[in-house]
Design a protein around this ligand. Structure first.
Ligand code: XIL
Length: 320
């Protein structure tokens, strides 16, 4: 039977993709086999390997061994690549977050980081998440070293520097909880307008899509919120989709609800011309950040811990 990427492409998307967990790919051949099947996953994104702490833990010393795992796997399998991420408050080394910066010195730090890391992957990334999670859940700007140093000027600055580092990749703003169309979404719309008003380039907004079974917005609500950004001339994508059970074990009816929730998200994307693809944040419950981060929650993905397809897999395949 056709894989999810084949179905997604037939339905008009550019790809259906997954994050790659760097610690699993070389030790788990069954995991690697599913991940490497291009008919199932047409695009990969490194779960951690391209983040600042993985690539420039020490100022000026660049490491690509982890990020290259995903880039090389995608290349070998003929899969596309999303790249993640540049300017983010988390997984940011202390030398950046606790440094004493002027606007000039922090600009040089961001520029050097982008020129090296984006330069290393130049020509390989369909898109880069240039700025990640700049808005807090209550709709305020997220406090971080970049905001402290520049105010919101770090937003256009980051997009301008990214354009110079890799002129041909799509430049994205990426965040979670934008799906609910509340104060956080309003601020993300403002963010796009700030970047555009400054004359800086921005091509897309990534909806991370870290959602909860039974609380996921319906298909038309998803389409409505995506359209707030396509109306600004941008493309949109789901970039880190997972839909977690808030308590475990999941009942069989909860597994059906999870499938419906996945179908609503993918269906909402299909309903918006500028929604170009869906990436899930790992594909199996065997390897997921959810139980590591949200205690007691989990089983958020579309393959179970034994790498068997869950009802959610079938629900997505039916909507595509
Ligand atoms: C997560 C990874 O999945 C974990 O392995 C890591 O320990 C923490 O980061 N938003 C993002 C992703 O943009 O980079 C995060 O990934 C999940 C939330």
């Amino acid at each position: 039977s056709a894989g999810l990427n084949d179905l997604a492409v037939r339905a008009g998307l550019k790809y259906f993709g997954t994050a790659l967990r760097e610690s699993a790919i070389n030790s788990d051949s069954a995991y690697a086999a599913i991940l490497s099947d291009k008919s199932e996953f047409g695009q990969l994104v490194p779960e951690n390997g391209q983040k600042w702490d993985a690539t420039e833990a020490t100022q000026g010393q660049f490491t690509y061994s982890s990020g290259d795992i995903t880039a090389n796997t995608a290349k070998k399998n003929g899969q596309g690549l999303r790249c993640h991420t540049m300017v983010w408050y988390s997984q940011l080394p202390n030398w950046v977050s606790s440094g004493t910066w002027t606007k000039d010195s922090l600009t040089k730090v961001i520029q050097t980081h982008m020129n090296n890391v984006m330069g290393h992957y130049k020509g390989q990334c369909y898109a880069w998440d240039v700025v990640n999670e700049a808005v807090a859940d209550d709709g305020n700007w997220r406090d971080n070293v970049f905001l402290k140093t520049f105010g919101t000027d770090y937003l256009p600055l980051s997009f301008n520097l990214a354009k110079a580092a890799d002129p041909d990749t799509k430049l994205y703003y990426n965040d979670y909880n934008l799906e609910y169309n509340g104060a956080k979404t309003d601020r993300a719309v403002e963010l796009v307008k700030i970047v555009q008003a400054a004359g800086a380039p921005i091509d897309g907004v990534g909806f991370q899509g870290h959602l909860i079974v039974g609380s996921t917005p319906g298909r038309s609500s998803i389409a409505t919120v995506l359209k707030r950004f396509t109306a600004l001339g941008l493309e949109v994508a789901f970039t880190e989709l997972d839909i977690r059970h808030s308590s475990l074990p999941a009942s069989s009816s909860a597994l059906v609800t999870q499938g419906n929730d996945y179908a609503n998200v993918v269906g909402g994307c299909l309903d918006v011309a500028g929604c170009i693809g869906v990436t899930i944040w790992s594909f199996t419950d065997k390897y997921s950040w959810i139980p590591e981060t949200f205690s007691g929650q989990g089983d958020a993905l579309i393959y179970d811990k034994n790498l068997g397809k869950k009802p959610a897999w079938t629900s997505i395949s039916s909507v595509l």
